[in-house]
Design a protein around this ligand. Structure first.
Ligand code: SAH
Length: 241
């Protein structure tokens, strides 16, 4: 049996009771080092295998091999495992190599939800998630999806906004969205959501790149109705009163 356990954006306070119980039940925990650190208190008596970023396929094979020895394994993944997380590749590998193994997926709070709560209520209406990482997605596809988000006036949650290898993609995303959205469109930026060092910024589409954005940051660009009042970023759903 393999559990794919979503560990939420921060420490174990942001995990579901079901996720915590699954981890308690497992003998072995497999995951990326940084997420494992965040849930350290939960896993002290467990066998833990950590691997670096970009070793996702190895990590999944390792989880599967251990589970084939009869142990209960939790593959942990930050935020929600099904949103740019390990949920997909883990299940693909099980289907390829040992489809008889039972896989249980436990959902979690994704960065967009955590950031939205810190900002106010920016994604109450139709929204999209776009990752600016081109490690697994062609940059032309990313650009096409940014244009589509702009055309559709979607609230746009930008994951993986910046890394050392591609510092300018966030400016490219801003420029594409500026073709469709007003320069004063509210933008919420949350760094390290639900962690001790959480930082929250509210700015505009035009000025968003003035904020120091990194890989622990999510950027939420509002739609044409989004407003800012008393330090809260809110997208109205349209209720009459
Ligand atoms: N599965 C994760 C996303 C992994 S992709 C989830 O559901 O949240 C990694 C990207 O997610 C980061 O580059 C960042 O954009 C975002 N992210 C993850 N955790 C975050 C946090 N605590 N605060 C802000 N952004 C976060």
């Amino acid at each position: 049996m393999i559990y794919i356990v979503s560990t939420g954006p921060g420490n174990s306070d942001s995990m579901s009771v079901e996720a915590i119980n699954a981890i308690k039940e497992c003998d072995v925990i497999v995951g990326y080092g940084k997420y494992i650190e965040l849930i350290e208190p939960l896993i002290q008596d467990k066998m833990v295998f950590t691997t670096g970023m970009t070793k996702e396929v190895d990590r999944c094979r390792q989880a599967l091999e251990i589970s084939l020895t009869g142990k209960k394994v939790a593959m942990v993944s930050g935020g929600d495992a099904g949103v740019y997380g390990m949920g997909g590749i883990m299940q693909e590998i099980v289907l390829e190599m040992a489809p008889e193994i039972e896989v249980v997926v436990i959902p979690g709070i994704t960065a967009a939800n955590a950031a939205a709560a810190a900002l106010g209520a920016p994604i109450v209406h139709d929204s999209v998630n776009i990752s600016l990482s081109d490690l697994l997605t062609d940059i032309e596809v990313i650009k096409k999806r940014l244009h589509a988000a702009g055309t559709g006036d979607f609230i746009t949650c930008i994951y993986n906004p910046k890394s050392k290898g591609r510092p300018h993609y966030i400016e490219m995303a801003r420029d594409i969205l500026l073709e469709y959205k007003k320069s004063e469109t509210p933008v919420g930026i949350v760094k390290n959501a639900r962690r001790d060092d959480q930082e929250v910024f509210i700015t505009t589409l035009e000025k968003m790149c003035d904020v120091d954005i990194d890989m622990s940051t999510i950027v939420i660009v509002g739609n044409s109705d989004t407003f800012v009042k008393n330090g809260k970023m809110i997208t109205p759903r349209g209720y009459r009163r």
